[in-house]
Design a protein around this ligand. Structure first.
Ligand code: ATP
Ligand code: MG
Length: 224
């Protein structure tokens, strides 16, 4: 049995069509249930539902053979014990610096001011500001980063942005893009060796689905 780890929400929603294109169906009635282990149309493949930030951990330790995780999550995790064979191009967004509309971020950087920056992405943020030579005090948060500048916790935030509507709703604007983000297929390194005859066709089928090549027969081989 191959176990694929996914998080609920955009990653789950955008992975299902890729699985379908790879010939793997998931019963909509099962999706609606609150079960955390879901069978698929392929008797040799099941899905487990975990928090987005926990996907690399499940795959690293082999509790899942394969998973789908954002580049943001993988960078913070470190990628230890994982292969990243396919960029699925889903759950696209960017990691950016955002600041209140009235705050002149560029001028503060030019002046060499020390900035307080709130973020969930401490490692990525530290690297970014160090490379630019910007002095920052990073404040680790676990959610609702947009609030931090509004109540004086931070001058700016580093967060994921897709449409920018959450930023706008909170009077913030994106002032600097750090990197583009999309989700990748990740594979446990030991599974890749010991279960290659099942994993390789599945990985190939998903890569083909990303490339828009439609249903690929070898995916059925994953069931064996
Ligand atoms: P939750 O929102 O339930 O607290 P989470 O933020 O960890 O959990 P999601 O919001 O589902 O989980 O995000 C999962 C992944 O989707 C992120 O790691 C990122 O790679 C990607 N993503 C794409 N667009 C966005 C966005 N606008 N905001 C947040 N994540 C996004
Ligand atoms: Mg989220």
């Amino acid at each position: 049995m191959i176990t694929l780890a996914l998080s609920k929400g955009r990653i789950f929603d955008e992975t299902l069509p890729l699985l379908a294109a790879a010939g793997i169906a998931v019963d909509p009635a099962i999706i609606e249930s609150r079960k955390l282990i879901l069978p698929t149309g392929d008797p040799g493949l099941r899905l487990i539902i975990v928090r987005a930030t926990d996907v690399p951990t499940y795959v690293q330790y082999g509790a899942a053979d394969i998973g789908v995780a954002g580049r943001d999550v993988l960078l913070e995790h470190g990628g230890e014990g994982l292969y990243q064979p396919v960029d699925l191009g889903i759950a696209r967004c960017r990691l950016s610096v955002a600041a209140p509309v009235g705050f002149d971020y560029a001028a503060a950087v030019r002046r060499g001011s020390r900035l307080r920056v709130a973020t969930k992405y401490v490692d990525c943020a530290r690297q970014h500001f160090a490379a630019k030579g910007v002095h920052v005090d990073l404040i680790k948060l676990y959610g609702s980063m947009e609030l931090a500048p509004l109540v004086g916790l931070a001058d700016a935030i580093v967060d994921l942005v897709s449409t920018g509507s959450t930023l706008r709703a909170n009077n913030l604007i994106e002032v600097e893009k750090i990197m583009n983000i999309s989700s990748r297929l990740i594979v446990n390194q030991a599974s890749m060796k010991t279960r290659s005859e099942r994993l390789e066709p599945l990985i190939a089928a998903m890569a083909a689905a990303v490339a828009g090549e439609g249903v690929v027969a070898p995916a059925a081989g994953a069931a064996k």
